[in-house]
Design a protein around this ligand. Structure first.
Ligand code: PEP
Ligand code: MN
Length: 351
């Protein structure tokens, strides 16, 4: 249930309503928009009666949220949520690019990639240290050593770090090194992991399971939000359809505007896993930006042929630079921006 306050209601009125709701045994989530203030009621709503709340001073309406996801719902929080991490904002007009190798393989590989993506305008470095692989015989990641490399590369370049966490017992460790926890497609409905990530209060990038509906993704996000962690990003990374010959997955481009409509959470598109082929990644990234994504997650490797995972979908540095240039133009067409590359900034400041 949400309580919509009248336009121009005073902070005393808002405070009194919050107090009344808390006295009834509920928690509140306050959303102060430009136009209106909305007070979300958190807890089992069944015993609640609407009328006494409607009569409180400053209240315009008390509205039940009928959707199964509540905290994730745009009804609950009409404005876009902006997640601020060390000064970088995700969910504004600026499209945030997260890029890096599928897996952290060595310090040289990671450091080189980090500098390349930073110079091209990425704000976040990605890289897996705990890898969910289909085969137990495939490279499983460097574990904590990989996390240490990620942190060092982040500190050296000023990039934020996103990396996957696969189990509840890894959450503290990954939080120690990373700025954003990635929950992978295979773990989207690992409810113990979702709860543990929510308990950490850390920003979370939640990837859509490859056979999950949009509603299942939002319900998974709800697990994290219900723990009081509101820093959740939703990631469309392609779903499984019938063609596996020419593409690895199918980028559900519909999901982008649908998620933006249903939810206030930032939406990130991963065209690398969605297509599975490096030469399709840029086109899919352009589509993601055009459809309204708030960010992109892109795999980049200095030598894709030698990659220990997902080399076939990893961009070479020069292709990543080109992708950035192309999405900048698309972003402009939809009134968004993408961080300028560093070389250009240097050139401009040298004038
Ligand atoms: C990844 O980002 O490298 C990854 C394993 O992604 P997904 O969980 O979407 O397959
Ligand atoms: Mn990958």
């Amino acid at each position: 249930m949400i309580i919509v306050m009248r336009q121009g209601s005073s902070s005393k009125e808002v405070g009194d309503v919050i107090k009344r709701v808390q006295d009834l045994g509920y928690q509140v989530h306050l959303s102060k928009g430009v136009e209106r203030t909305i007070i979300g009621i958190i807890g089992d709503e069944r015993p609640l009666t609407v009328q006494p709340l409607e009569r409180l001073s400053g209240v315009e309406a008390v509205v039940p949220i009928l959707k199964p996801f509540k905290l994730a719902s745009r009804d609950f929080h009409p404005e876009n949520s902006v997640i601020t991490i060390k000064g970088t904002e995700i969910g504004t007009d600026e499209i945030i690019v997260m890029a890096g190798p599928c897996s952290v393989e060595s310090w040289e590989q990671l450091q080189e990639t980090a500098h390349v993506v930073k110079r091209a305008g990425a704000k976040v470095l990605r890289g897996g240290a705990f890898k969910p692989r289909t085969s137990p015989y495939s490279f499983q990641g460097l574990g904590e050593e990989g996390l240490q490399m990620l942190r060092a590369a982040g500190d050296e370049t000023g990039l934020l770090i996103v990396t996957e966490v696969m189990a509840p017992k890894q959450v503290d460790l990954v939080c120690h090194y990373a700025d954003i926890l990635q929950i992978g497609a295979r773990n989207m409905q690992n409810y113990n992991l979702l709860r543990a990530a929510g308990d950490s209060g850390h920003p979370v990038l939640l990837k859509r399971g490859f056979s999950s509906t949009v509603e299942e993704l939002l319900m998974a996000a709800e697990y994290i939000l219900s723990k009081g962690d509101y820093q959740v990003m939703l990631c469309e990374r392609g779903i499984r359809t019938f063609d596996t010959k020419y593409t690895r997955n199918t980028l559900d481009i519909n999901a982008v505007p649908v998620l933006k409509q249903l939810s206030h959470l930032p939406v990130i598109v991963d065209p690398s896993h969605a297509t599975g082929k490096w030469d399709l990644v840029t086109a899919a990234a352009r589509a993601g930006v055009a459809a309204g994504a708030d960010g992109l997650l892109i795999e980049v490797h200095p030598e894709p042929d030698k990659a220990l995972s997902d080399g076939q979908q990893s961009l070479r540095p020069e292709n990543f630079v080109e992708l950035m240039a192309q999405i900048r133009r698309v972003a402009e067409a939809v009134d968004r921006t993408v961080t300028e590359p560093e070389v250009e900034r240097v050139a401009v400041s040298a004038l």
